[in-house]
Design a protein around this ligand. Structure first.
Ligand code: SAM
Length: 205
C-alpha cells in the first residue's frame, strides 16, 4: 500500500487522467517500437480498468478501432468497444474475432491471473494466457501485424518466445521503466506476422 501511494507513476496517472499506472508501460513501449498509429485496428486483452485502452484510443483516433475485453466491467472509454468475457473461453475469442473480420494491426495483452502468491501457479496461469494471446493474434492480425503481451518470467517463457519466432519476423523482450524492478513481468513483442504460418487456434479450447 505504501509503495502504491508513493509510486511516481501512480501520481502521474492521477495527474494525466489515466486509470492505471500500467498506461506508462504501454506508452514507453509504443513510443520505442512505434506500435500505435492513427487509423489502426487494435485489440486490448485484459483491459480493466482501462489505462491501455485510453492510450490506444487516443493514438488511433477516430479513424481507428479499438476492441477490448476483460473479465471485469470497465467504465466506457470513448472510441473503445468493450466486451465483458473470459478470454480463455473459445466463444469469447470467436466474438472478438468477428468484430474485426478484415484483421487487426495490433493485439495487446496485459492479462494477468489473480496473484495467489504461489509462484508456480501464477507463472503457469500467466503463461497460459500469453499462449492463448499468441494463438489469437495469429488469427486476428493482418499480415505484418504485431502482438505485445505480458507474461510472468518462468521456465516456459523461452518456449513461448520460440513459438512466436515461428510466426513473427522479429521477437523482442521489453521491460519498461514503469514495470517495477522486482515485478516478475516481462513483455514479449512479436512484430511482422508472417500470415502463411498462422495456425487456426482461436477456435480451439
Ligand atoms: N491494461 C490494463 C490497464 O491499463 O488498465 C490493466 C490490466 S490488469 C494488469 C490485468 C487484467 O487482466 C485484469 O483486469 C483481469 O481481469 C484481466 N484478465 C485476467 N484473466 C482474464 C481472462 N481470462 N479474460 C479476460 N480478462 C482477464
Amino acid at each position: 500500500m505504501q509503495e502504491h501511494v508513493t509510486d511516481p507513476y501512480v501520481k502521474q496517472a492521477q495527474k494525466d487522467g489515466y486509470r492505471s499506472r500500467a498506461a506508462y508501460k504501454l506508452l514507453e513501449i509504443a513510443q520505442k517500437d512505434r506500435l500505435l498509429r492513427p487509423g489502426a485496428v487494435v485489440f486490448d486483452l485484459g483491459a480493466a480498468p482501462g489505462g491501455w485502452a485510453q492510450v490506444v484510443a487516443k493514438a488511433v483516433g477516430a479513424a481507428g478501432r479499438v476492441y477490448a475485453v476483460d473479465l471485469l466491467p470497465v467504465q466506457p472509454v470513448r472510441g473503445v468497444q468493450m466486451l465483458r468475457g473470459d478470454f480463455t473461453d473459445p466463444q469469447t475469442r470467436a466474438e472478438l474475432l468477428a468484430l474485426a473480420p478484415a484483421g487487426a494491426d495490433l493485439v495487446l495483452s496485459d492479462m494477468a491471473p489473480n496473484i495467489s502468491g504461489i509462484a508456480d501457479r501464477d507463472q503457469r496461469l500467466s503463461f497460459e494466457l500469453a499462449e492463448l494471446a499468441v494463438g489469437f493474434a495469429a488469427e486476428a492480425l493482418r499480415p505484418g501485424g504485431s502482438v505485445l503481451l505480458k507474461v510472468f518470467q518462468s521456465e516456459w517463457v523461452e518456449g513461448l518466445r520460440a513459438d512466436m519466432a515461428e510466426l513473427f519476423q522479429r521477437v523482442s523482450v521489453r521491460k519498461p521503466e514503469a514495470s517495477r524492478g522486482r515485478s516478475a513481468e516481462v513483455f514479449l513483442l512479436g512484430s511482422g506476422l508472417n500470415k502463411t504460418l498462422a495456425p487456426s487456434s482461436a477456435q480451439s479450447p
